[in-house]
Design a protein around this ligand. Sequence first.
Ligand SMILES: C[S@@+](CC[C@H](N)C(=O)[O-])C[C@H]1O[C@@H](n2cnc3c(N)ncnc32)[C@H](O)[C@@H]1O
Length: 221
Amino acid sequence: MKKIIQPRSTPRLKPKDFPGFSSQDLQDLEKYYQTQLRTHDAPEKKVGWKTLESQRVRFEMLTWIAPLKRSKILDIGCGLGAFWGYLKEQEIPVRYTGVDLFPEGIREAKKLHPDARFFARNILKDPYPARTFDYAFLSGVFNVKVENNWAYMKALLQQALRQSKKGVAFNALNAESGLKESDRFLVHPKELVTFGRSLGVKKAHLMDHYHHLDLTLFLYK
Ligand SMILES: C[S@@+](CC[C@H](N)C(=O)[O-])C[C@H]1O[C@@H](n2cnc3c(N)ncnc32)[C@H](O)[C@@H]1O
């Protein structure tokens, strides 16, 4: 009898599509998020946050980029789609699309939020056309240490900026927080602003003091 080979639901992630990553980094990232997803019950823990409060305070900060009512937004690294849940709860009506690398998480996001659009998609390899969205958001996407985090941030944020008309908001862990976890990527506030400006934006605006571990940068086109 002929053997039927089932196609994978999404192609395997390849290190060449992740600037700044080694093959080991990509394997570790996949393993880390798979383990979180499978070993926890609470949605915020399934995507690596320690508490619901720490996830929500980051969402709140991201929404300060601009009045978002009726804007078209892209949530890159959406995990289980909690940002969409937050926006609805705050009664901020937006046209939302969430993308993440891992189909397993995307399946859970769709179950939790059947009213939103979610896709397993790497926007570095498979970008949306230029200026598809008004704003792009990234929460927690840059927290895991890889070979060259700055190269990864640059590549992903350049794409996020290209695919948005107005701006991008993202967060990163604050090196001045005293956090001692060697597998985390930490940044100093000043270097984050300098880096943001190097992306050729009109304005880079740093937000801190909302959470002791975190910094948020708004990039305006
Ligand atoms: C700490 S979790 C946060 C999830 C979600 N933003 C939240 O706050 O609930 C980071 C997420 O970023 C995703 N991620 C990392 N790099 C990514 C990339 N290049 N494109 C899309 N998603 C990415 C991971 O799979 C993970 O779900």
